[in-house]
Design a protein around this ligand. Sequence first.
Ligand SMILES: [Ca+2]
Ligand SMILES: [Ca+2]
Length: 232
Amino acid sequence: MRRMIGCSLFSGVLALAAMPDRALAQNLTCSERAQRIIDDFEDGDTTTPDGTGGWYVGNDGTGTQEPSAIADLVVAGGREPGDFAGQTSGEDFTEWGAVAGVVFGCAKSVDGFDGLRFAIQSATSNVFDLKLITLATQSEENGGDCTEGCNDHFAVPLALADTRWFQCSVRFEDLAQQCFGAPVELDRDAVRGVEFFFPAGAAFDVTFDDLTFENDVAQTGCVALEPQLQCE
Ligand SMILES: [Ca+2]
Ligand SMILES: [Ca+2]
């Protein structure tokens, strides 16, 4: 199933935030260290905090995914004390599934960080992959260096125990390609973005917030951010 992703990842519905044409038209490495905050959505829009990149959603075209207009990815709510978060939902996908992700305007270095964190709440399916997009795994048409066997980004499967808010941590060391595409080294100096991947066969409805790179990630996994509801 995963093999079907290939370079046809974005052959299905794709909604992409407005960003400079150059961000998608050529391979860019900006030789900058990535900022700690990837996005917290607090400016209420789908561009990255530095204004050069943005969020997108995409899927295999067999089911339905919201939002259909990328501006609607940002919703009120999320992790306090913030006022906004990202949200996507979908169902009935039968090929590879759907994604929601964010790309920087140019590839950045995550040297000095050992992983990333984010908050996420799922109303339905509790299984997803977190992927790190690098220039070497991103297709040329989407601004990367890959020409064949693309979109086999560095990934790790994650699971949420229930519908509470969780904080998920991902060590870069625990990321690996899924081996349907061209094998490459994980180049921490050429990171293009981060993607949530929702596999076909299960409905998903997730809200996510406070994505950050960190330098103190000891373990990959998700822990609840609030107490479990008790019987009344
Ligand atoms: Ca923004
Ligand atoms: Ca927020």
